[in-house]
Design a protein around this ligand. Structure first.
Ligand code: ATP
Ligand code: MG
Length: 510
């Protein structure tokens, strides 16, 4: 039985790992079984980055959600009817917790009836085999992969396979989901799924997708790593019309999306992952202006997201003016502005305006200033004896200022500057003449000590006695006094303590 737990834990961020532990604890406390399900397991199996963690509980997850809220989780969607909660967990981890449920359709396309179920039944009612997978997080089967529809084989074949002939009729939104997964993972549709898909399009099922479901799909597409690829799939199959009839003809601003992707890469190159969802929505829908906001409203897109899209160009222009102007001429001033601006806005501003002066400040921030900030010599300042506190912080800030001005780039210069800012004076250097004199004096006192030790050792017949006495007189510790005594032990004493060798014994016998 392969254990997917090790694989899973090795791929999670520390925050995601903490969440995994917490939900297991809570599930055990309420004696419910809990599973990691769907996308996270699929992405784990095919080596893609894990985005959000969706958990399924056999039972009611309401109490667990309230406990998680106490620990800092925020509820984004709270669907009591389906017992489905989308959350931003502590540590900014995205995900959801839902009760396991099964769905029954009286006839294809009818509203489904719902019943609480086991996780296996829950997996079988899902959209595609690659999404119908789970990993058990329960004590007796922890790490076990549940794959009732053989999704693993489809992942290997790189195919999206729907789980029922009625998959698209029952939920036409799955047409868009299938296209999105194909674009994202560079998969094709399994042959029969493709036939069901084509039949659904022939029957015009795409026109029956509910607006709020399209809105959800628009948000999901905006969160994609490569949204342009998804939108091109939508365009090819006339699905942009499901977003708005005019979008199919006017098309999304693909150039803007390409620029956005490039601007994002500059951040990714220094390890900063930016998901410019608002910018993507803007380029996706800007050609619908001046009706962009009302189109989004019709799609049930959350008000906060609509407001962000509306304000984005204005905010970017303000930022551009600031970064182009004299107020950010100095590196420190530019650093302050950039470090306090959300990365998403920086990325969008670069994509939208491509202003060389603003862009070069952002490049300096990413490639020079931020690394300096992350590597400030805090430990070194502590080692210099400066206690933590306001003075400590001030010295560090002064050093950062100096570094932004091009100073303090070598370790020696950093030490020098830290001492200067902290007011630590170097001990005055001794002249070569003084050093020579000091060495001469040390030699004399060693010789005198040696003489004294030899005399005493002869009298007392023992090296240790010599040491002890030497220390009492000179104030040198017994240990350090012993060492020169041993080193310079007179032959007479040494011979006394040495056993006769075998050769010597033989000589005596002869
Ligand atoms: P992503 O990486 O985009 O989040 P995901 O697979 O997690 O991908 P979600 O939209 O978060 O997709 O949905 C979570 C899971 O719920 C899916 O993996 C799938 O199993 C199931 N699911 C979502 N939408 C449907 C649907 N319309 N019909 C059936 N199952 C669905
Ligand atoms: Mg998901």
């Amino acid at each position: 039985m392969p254990d997917y737990m090790y694989l899973l834990e090795s791929r999670l961020s520390p925050e995601q790992r903490a969440l995994l532990l917490r939900v297991q604890e809570l599930a055990r406390a309420q004696e419910s079984n809990i599973y990691l399900t769907g996308g996270a397991v699929r992405d784990l199996l095919c080596g893609m980055p894990l985005r959000d963690l969706d958990f399924t509980v056999e039972g009611n997850p309401g109490r667990m959600v309230r406990e998680l809220e106490k620990g800092g989780a925020r509820i984004v969607v709270d669907d009591e009817r389906l017992r489905h909660y989308e959350l931003i967990f502590a540590g900014d981890v995205d995900g959801s917790i839902s009760a396991a449920r099964d769905e029954f359709y009286a006839r294809p396309g009818a509203k489904p009836e719902m019943r609480w179920s086991t996780v296996m039944e829950d997996l079988r009612r899902r959209d595609f085999s690659i999404n119908a997978v789970a990993i058990s997080l329960n004590p007796n089967s922890r790490g076990l992969l549940l794959d009732p529809t053989n999704g693993l084989a489809d992942l290997e074949r790189r195919e999206v396979r729907a789980l029922s002939i009625h998959a698209f009729t029952n939920q036409p939104i799955r047409l868009m989901r299938a296209l999105r997964f194909c674009a994202r993972m560079d998969f094709k549709m399994e042959q029969r799924t493709q036939e069901w898909f084509d039949l659904a399009i022939e029957r015009g099922l795409q026109e029956t997708i509910e607006q709020h479901a399209v809105g959800q799909e628009v948000m999901d597409a905006a969160r994609e790593e490569n949204p342009a690829a998804v939108l091109k799939q939508f365009e090819e199959h006339d699905f942009l019309a499901a977003i708005h009839p005019k979008l199919q003809r006017r098309r999304p601003d693909y150039d803007g999306l390409v620029r956005l992707a490039r601007a994002k890469e500059e951040f990714a190159a220094v390890g900063l992952k930016v998901r410019p969802v608002t910018g993507t929505l803007y380029y996706m829908l800007r050609k619908l202006e001046p009706r962009m906001a009302s189109v989004m409203k019709n799609l049930d897109i959350p008000n906060a997201a609509i407001a962000s899209v509306q304000h984005l160009p204005g905010e970017a222009r303000k930022l551009l003016q600031l970064l182009r102007g004299s107020k950010t001429k100095g590196a420190r001033e530019a650093y302050e502005v950039i470090s306090h601006t959300p990365n998403e806005l920086l990325v969008f501003m670069n994509a939208e305006f491509r202003n060389p002066r603003a862009a070069s400040k952002i490049r300096n921030y990413l490639q020079k200033w931020r690394p300096l900030r992350l590597n400030l010599p805090v430990t070194e300042l502590s080692n210099l004896g400066v206690p933590r506190g306001p003075k400590f912080d001030k010295v560090i800030e002064q050093l950062f200022d100096a570094q932004l001005r091009g100073k303090g780039r070598t370790p020696e210069d950093v030490t020098k500057l830290l001492k200067q800012f902290a007011g630590i004076k170097d001990e005055p250097k001794k002249s070569a003449k003084d050093e020579k004199k000091k060495r001469g004096k040390e030699k004399d006192s060693d010789a005198a000590k040696h003489k004294h030790i030899v005399k005493q050792s002869v009298e007392n017949e023992g090296v240790h006695a010599v040491a002890a006495e030497g220390s009492a007189k000179t104030g040198v510790s017994a240990k350090s006094a012993t060492l020169p005594a041993r080193k310079h032990a007179p032959r007479t004493v040494a011979r006394k303590r040495t056993k006769p060798s075998a050769k010597a014994k033989r000589r005596v016998r002869r």
